[in-house]
Write a protein that binds this ligand. Structure first.
Ligand code: NOJ
Length: 521
């Protein structure tokens, strides 16, 4: 079991800058995490994924790495990271880091050297190309803001590729030396006891060798197309799978094997499944179609069924609903309604596979409207996007002015949400709170973690109700505003979003109520 500890596990994504400040500079840090590990242990978390911790000029808050072997001074030191890994380990929790292999910072020494001249020994570490005959960018690719993905460079009269910000040049994975660099980086962190990596832009590494134009796309959903183009040639190339086979063999050479969790931003579940390979690529791949699904019985059930049908028999699904790039699910799906937040936590926590919570999910933290003058995300405001700060605000620990995130009188790097309305301290002692419910759901999940990942079946239920079997558990979730008849529970009700069902009609589910039933162990 230890060899696949992530199966049935709960991971917790922790946006380091926003979780706990220990040195009163308004930024969360590694020492702050150590001081709050008892909370995560109490909650029932098996592992934490830290948003980028490496040195960075922070044009994209750590997703522009300038040194892959270090720790960002604002977040702490490498000794702090070692101490965190050790302290988490003592509480039975593993630590995953965020790895950014698609691009570096333009201030990374590799890029500085690469950009120095066409003859630079590192020139091919990045994607350089000549202008089109007659001038202009080499092809029609667009970056994630909708501008050309090509930046002209006056010194060498070529363009370099950046699928994200101009300050994030894309690495050239056709260059074998880049592979060697990342093998070294993987081993460096695995040797220090890092349990694995969340891999940023996992589908993106290779680009079409001929740099062909992307075709137009009629579909402009968040996953399918970008600004009227389908990213056929600028990402998702078949060669990327070789990278993960290579990394998997490195991960498997450790005991326990290290975990590779891909940020696989694809809309097609067959493409998602391909990242698991023949159980020789990523062990986990994020499911974005679920993130962007509607909050309804049919919409969620249909993604779950298609995912499980697409994944190879050995593939462990991973379920998550929020992260630092999208609106938080308690806002996006639930409109801030606690009953709905509990229902979402219930249906996700009972599914077979791995569960990834985003910090604050457990207290139903909602998006925060960050005024433009306090915005920190460079992406915000571009192409009409609301920006990503709304889901990155400080963790709400208590009802003090700083929400317990930083010392009184210190201004956090982003404004806090309404900590008086939702915070850990108040919810911890309230048996009816989202936090108490989440903890119970995680505890039930842990108790039944020995269930086979494939033991899922949708069961017949009235319209608007999602009823499924997961191993020996039966989940019945009412996604409607009216009470519905509860089909005879199989076994005892083990958990209800409505709390103690003592007073409830045993034959009906309240609006937005969900229950898990099963044999008592
Ligand atoms: C995905 C990350 O989650 C996002 O925050 C970042 O901006 C891009 N990748 C580029 O690294």
């Amino acid at each position: 079991m230890d060899r696949r500890w992530w199966q049935g596990a709960t991971l917790y994504q922790l946006y380091v800058r926003s979780w706990q400040d220990s040195d009163d500079d308004g930024y969360g840090d590694l020492r702050g995490i150590i001081s709050r590990l008892d909370y995560l242990e109490w909650l029932g978390v098996d592992g934490i994924w830290l948003s980028p911790t490496m040195p960075s000029p922070d044009q994209d808050w750590g997703y522009d790495v300038s040194d892959y072997l270090g720790v960002h001074p604002e977040l702490g030191t490498i000794d702090d990271l070692d101490a965190l890994i050790k302290a988490a380990g003592q509480r039975g929790m593993r630590v995953l880091l965020d790895l950014v292999p698609n691009h570096t910072s333009s201030q990374h020494p590799w890029f500085v050297e690469s950009a120095a001249s066409r003859q630079s020994p590192l020139r091919d570490y990045y994607v350089w190309a000549d202008p089109m005959p007659g001038g202009g960018p080499p092809n029609n690719w667009l970056d994630f803001t909708g501008q050309s993905a090509w930046e002209p460079d006056a010194t060498t009269s070529q363009y370099y590729l950046h699928n994200f910000l101009r300050a994030q040049p894309d690495l050239n994975w056709w260059q074998p030396a880049v592979h060697e660099e990342f093998r070294r980086i993987l081993r460096f962190w695995f040797d220090r006891g890092v349990a694995g990596f969340r891999i940023d832009v996992a589908q993106g590494l290779y680009k079409d060798a001929l740099l062909r134009d992307n075709p137009p796309s009629a579909d402009d959903g968040p996953l399918a197309g970008r600004f009227g183009l389908r990213s056929v040639y600028s990402e998702n190339r078949p060669e990327v799978h070789g990278v993960y086979r290579d990394w998997r063999s490195i991960a498997e050479s450790y005991d326990p094997p290290r975990l590779l969790l891909g940020e696989t931003w694809v809309d097609d579940l067959r493409q998602l499944a391909a990242f698991y390979g023949q159980d020789d690529e990523l062990q986990l791949a994020f499911n974005f179609p679920l993130v962007f699904a509607g909050f309804s019985a049919d919409s969620l059930a249909s993604i779950v069924a298609s995912t499980l049908a697409a994944l190879p028999a050995s593939g462990c699904p991973v379920w998550t609903a929020s992260n630092h790039d999208v609106s938080r699910f308690p806002s996006r799906w639930c409109g801030g309604d606690d009953a709905k937040v509990k229902l979402a936590l219930l249906v996700l926590s009972a599914l077979p596979g791995s569960l990834v919570l985003y910090y604050g999910d457990e207290i139903g933290m909602t998006d925060v409207a960050v005024p433009p003058e306090l915005a920190r995300d460079t992406f915000g405001g571009q192409s009409g996007h609301p920006g990503r700060d709304r889901a990155r605000t400080p963790m709400q620990w208590d009802d003090s002015a700083s929400g317990g995130f930083t010392a009184p009188g210190i201004r956090g790097w982003l404004p806090s949400g309404d900590a008086a309305a939702r915070n850990v301290a108040a919810q911890r002692h309230d048996p009816g709170s989202v936090l108490s419910f989440c903890r119970e759901a995680l505890s039930l999940r842990r108790e039944r973690a020995d269930q086979p990942p494939q033991g899922y079946e949708r069961l017949p239920a009235p319209p608007g109700v999602w009823r499924y079997a997961a191993g020996e558990l039966i989940v019945t979730a009412n996604f409607t505003d009216r009470p519905v008849g509860l089909p005879a529970p199989v076994g005892k009700v083990l958990l209800s979003t409505a709390g103690d069902r003592g007073q409830a009609d045993p034959a009906a589910l309240a609006p937005w109520e969900g229950v898990i039933s099963g044999p008592v162990r």
